[in-house]
Design a protein around this ligand. Structure first.
Ligand code: FAD
Ligand code: SIN
Length: 486
């Protein structure tokens, strides 16, 4: 071989070597572990959007066949302050003080950072969703709020469906996003970081993770498990949540996470009692927006509570009444909307009437006691007086004595709805252990977390926490993943 041939050979082998090296490294890049997100509700979807925009791949694991969790069922809306859709009069400070008042004795100064983050980022949460095409232009005042700040669409599907389907469609169209449904995460290993999930077809699958976001929801549907353990007194109550097992709380505990407020379980005052199946244990929720728009509650033809107090308060008032005989832990409460409230909540009302959960009837056809209570309330509204004080009357327009007016009426009972307890996180959505230390690479957001709401969550603040802390978790999980990959 002469010198020229030798030089050519060296050049060729260097080029081949370089090509092999680059294909090897780009191969490595494509198998870099993804950010793994457990749960496809609003917290998980919000986290995924942010992690993808930060340039990470995302693999979302969802136990159910259909994505969306409880988030897809949300019916009243999402809180935000200040937004262009609100009437004047609200402020960040007012929303913070309502949240703290509602959290009651469980609120401590150490939780202030979570409340601040939730409230201060609420306007940008609404703006973000609106910029993605979600209509949130209608606003109602829910229980425990001092102003109207719960946003939903002015028409079209309920807010949970509208938000979840918009985010899911965007994610499904994004490069770098993988969604595995029927994928039940059963184990988490911290070193190296990975999760194991069970699938009906492939059995146990191990998935290395650059970081992990728990967005696995609450346990209000876990009757025989966590609910029985932390709140045995709620046994036998119907629920708005589908029956499901421990949503990964045990995995968090296994990784050293601290749980807080696990006995703080929200009983929502108004699950519909379906006249066709009165003792069905899973109830359709009578959205709080129905009371927010002006609906009232009656027991044996008598009002007994300010319908716009916190859920904790309204549920307790109902549960002091006698239960309905022969129905276990169910009460007999009437929800009644006048024409003004019916029209303001038209999309909800039409759906519930279609489902047979509400019926329309003339005032003249109501039973005598109910008609008398309606007239007395209407007279109070006209004089801006209420027996329970300080109530917002929503869109109530019915005048006393108007027997021809058409009202909407249905039966409701309290239902387990939401769990305020869960994994302790900081305002960066990092999961913390009992000493306040971070568990490396592990983040959480949404109903699986605890501490923010204390004794009672305000209506509309769950979707809000999913978006605010979900986005933070996604950004920080992406950052942590980037640091590991350097
Ligand atoms: P979810 O949406 O529940 O999602 C968690 C997901 O994680 C689920 O899909 C679950 O299957 C999955 N998962 C759990 N464990 C595992 C595992 N081990 N492996 C894989 N996947 C797992 N809040 C409001 O703010 N406004 C409202 O109007 C409102 N209306 C509501 C109406 C109803 C009927 C209900 C039930 C709740 C409502 N809420 C509302 C509350 C709110 O919807 C939920 O608290 C919130 O959506 C929880 O979101 P998330 O993302 O934390 O969990
Ligand atoms: C409801 O529509 O009453 C539920 C709202 C919520 O849980 O925040």
């Amino acid at each position: 071989m002469n010198r020229r041939q030798l030089a050519l050979l060296i050049l060729l082998s260097t080029a081949i070597g370089f090509m092999m090296f680059s294909s090897l490294t780009s191969g490595l890049a494509s198998v870099r572990p993804p950010v793994v997100i457990i749960g496809s509700g609003l917290a998980g979807l919000s986290a995924a959007m942010e992690a993808l925009s930060a340039g990470q791949r995302v693999h979302m694991l969802e136990r159910a066949t259909k994505p969306g969790g409880n988030s897809i069922k949300a019916s009243s809306g999402i809180n935000g302050v200040p937004t262009p859709y609100q009437p004047p009069g609200d402020s960040i400070d007012l929303f913070k003080s309502d949240t703290i008042r509602s959290a009651g004795s469980r609120y401590t100064a150490s939780r202030q950072a979570l409340v601040d983050t939730l409230v201060e980022q609420s306007a940008s949460a609404i703006e973000w969703l609106s910029s993605l095409g979600v209509d949130l232009s209608k606003v109602a005042q829910l229980g425990g709020h001092s102003a109207a700040r719960t946003h939903r669409g002015s028409s079209g599907p309920p807010p949970g469906f509208a938000i979840v389907s918009t985010l899911l469609n965007k994610l499904k169209a994004s490069e770098g996003f993988t969604l595995s449904t029927n994928a039940d995460v059963t184990a988490l290993s911290l070193s190296p970081l990975s999760v194991t999930y069970q699938t009906p077809d492939d059995g146990a699958v191990s998935l290395p993770a650059a970081s992990v976001v728990f967005a696995s929801g609450g346990f209000a549907g876990d009757g025989p498990g966590l609910l029985a353990h932390y709140r045995p007194d709620l046994a036998g109550m119907p629920s708005t949540n589908d029956a499901r097992r421990d949503n990964a709380h045990s995995l968090l505990v296994g990784a050293g996470a601290e749980l807080v407020d696990m006995d703080s379980v929200q009983v929502h005052p108004t699950g519909f009692v379906d006249p066709k199946e009165p003792t069905q244990p899973i109830k359709f929720l009578a959205a709080e927006a129905l009371r927010g728009e002006g609906g009232i509650l009656l027991h044996e033809g008598r009002r007994f509570v300010n319908e716009l107090e916190t859920r904790e308060h309204v549920s307790a008032a109902i549960m002091r009444l006698p239960t309905k005989e022969g129905e276990g832990r169910q009460w007999d409460v009437t929800l009644l909307l006048d024409p003004g409230a019916c029209s303001a909540a038209k999309t909800h009302v039409d759906f519930y009437v279609f489902k047979g959960l509400l019926r329309r009837t003339k005032v003249r056809d109501l039973d005598d006691k109910v008609r008398a209570a309606v007239d007395a309330y209407a007279a109070g509204v006209a004089g801006d007086q209420d027996a329970f004080g300080g109530k917002s009357f929503g869109h109530w327009t019915l005048q006393a004595g108007d027997a021809d007016a058409e009202v909407c009426i249905g039966r409701v009972t309290p239902v387990t709805h939401f769990t305020m307890g869960g994994a302790v996180i900081d305002a960066d959505a990092r999961v913390l252990n009992a000493n306040g230390g971070q568990i490396g690479g592990v983040f959480a957001a949404g109903e699986v977390t605890g501490g923010l709401h204390g004794d009672n969550r305000l209506g509309g603040s769950s979707l809000l926490e999913c978006v605010v802390f979900g986005r933070i978790a996604g950004r920080n999980a992406a950052k942590a993943a980037g640091a590991r990959q350097e």
